[in-house]
Design a binder for this molecule. Structure first.
Ligand code: AMP
Length: 399
């Protein structure tokens, strides 16, 4: 079975074609500047075919999907003989609200329900729906599955997901903590249990997804019981450009003082804050580590704040679960930034965590970076959201 995984944004569309017999990625690519002018980078990974990397006209997502299918099946760049070889499509969908606790086969009713979640993710869900409709237009009735970023977190108990605001806001308007990066947290926690050789139902795991956006998830016996992102992906840890937790009173004060409206304020909190806002240097941890090593104090502070927040949230989840067996680092920072991993792990002395420096300097593989006598195991596990989407799609269309 071959599955096309699609992650559609408002002007971009990422894809992977995965052969489910081997779980090998046959080809991957990215359409950019859809609706503006258009660019497609298509990389075949089997059969020794050429890479395509050119500007092409992509007026809508339908043209983008058509271009992807054309490349996947072409003599020069292709990895399959025809579109008929693609058995199903799995779509990443950002917000499933309280309606979706699992992945689901897409039909008109599901599309309507995804659309009803649009107020919770006004930028993302419409783009995801556009991607789904574009596939339908180009690929006909090939089965399609939606895999939600929020679904894994639906097991949180009310005491964790409720905000202490008037209850009607939850009841009538769905105001609660939803959490994001669920597909990533699900993948790495499952992989962690495999690496530990134990059923996930016997483990308490804390996974730290640290990338441009960052969130932490407490996974008690295989189920999410808390996570650091909330109603939106703006809260929790300070991120690349997002502020993380903030006293709402700060917004009122700044908006009045600088005469900003709410959209301008949120734009600053989403795009100009986080480690970028603190350092004034960059949102990229490579730049911050470099600048900090060269004596830049604000970059050093940004990194210290990030590490402190990760340690603080992990500590709160140890308390919430009354213990922890394993801590995972994943995503761009978690998989690559060994100095940051080490600095965060130094907070975990009280848990009996000991880091093996040699293991911590390896890259690109699933690896335990704690020493054999470390009381809590620490892992680096490269995340693979596309594989989770493909597996869910296979399982649902094979039923
Ligand atoms: P992601 O959102 O998971 O793609 O992560 C992207 C982020 O990972 C970048 O903005 C960097 O901050 C970080 N990153 C990627 N490579 C490295 C590296 N070698 N060292 C430190 N940080 C890295």
């Amino acid at each position: 079975m071959k599955i096309l995984v699609i992650n559609a944004g408002s002007s971009s569309l990422k894809y992977q074609l995965i052969d489910m017999e081997t779980e090998q990625v046959m080809a991957k690519g990215l359409c950019e500047r859809i609706g503006i002018d258009g660019h497609l980078k298509h990389t075949p990974l089997v059969g020794g075919k050429s890479v395509f990397n050119e500007d092409i006209s992509l007026p809508t997502h339908s043209e983008a999907i058509a271009a992807v299918i054309e490349k996947l099946t072409s003599a020069e760049y292709g990895v399959v003989a025809s579109m008929k070889e693609i058995d199903a499509v799995g779509h990443r969908v950002v917000h499933g609200g309280e309606k979706f606790a699992d992945s689901v086969l897409i039909d008109d009713e599901v599309l309507k329900a995804i659309d009803e979640c649009t107020p919770f993710a006004p930028l993302h869900n419409p783009a995801n729906i556009t991607g789904i409709n574009a596939c339908k237009a180009v690929m006909g009735d090939v089965p399609m599955v939606a895999v939600f970023d929020t679904a894994f977190h639906q097991t949180m108990p009310a005491k964790a997901y409720m905000y202490a605001v008037p209850y009607d806001y939850y009841k009538n308007s769905g105001v609660r903590r939803y959490g994001f990066h669920g597909t990533s947290h699900r993948y790495v926690s499952k992989r962690c249990a495999e690496l530990m050789g134990k059923p996930i139902e016997e483990l308490k795991i804390i996974s730290c997804h640290m990338g441009n956006g960052s969130s932490i998830c407490a996974i008690d016996h295989g189920k999410c019981v808390d996570t650091s992102m909330g109603f939106t992906p703006l809260v929790g840890l300070p991120m690349g450009t997002r502020c993380g937790d903030l006293d709402p009173g700060v917004m009122q004060y700044i908006m009045k003082k600088y005469d900003l409206d709410i959209d301008q304020m949120l734009n600053i909190l989403n795009k100009k804050s986080g480690v970028q806002g603190i350092s004034g240097v960059s949102s990229d941890f490579r730049d911050l580590e470099g600048a900090s090593a060269n004596g830049d104090k604000r970059s050093e502070l940004a990194l210290e704040m990030f590490n402190y927040w990760v340690a603080k949230v992990v500590g709160s989840y140890v308390a919430a679960m009354n213990g922890v067996d394993a801590i995972i680092y994943t995503a761009g920072v978690g998989e690559n930034a060994k100095t940051t991993r080490k600095a965060i792990s130094e907070y975990f002395g009280y848990l009996g965590v000991k880091i093996d420096d040699e293991a911590n300097s390896k890259r690109g593989e699933d690896i335990m970076i704690s020493t054999p006598d470390s009381k809590v195991k620490v892992f680096v596990i490269p995340t693979n959201e596309e594989l989770v989407i493909a597996r869910d799609t296979r399982d649902i269309v094979s039923k």
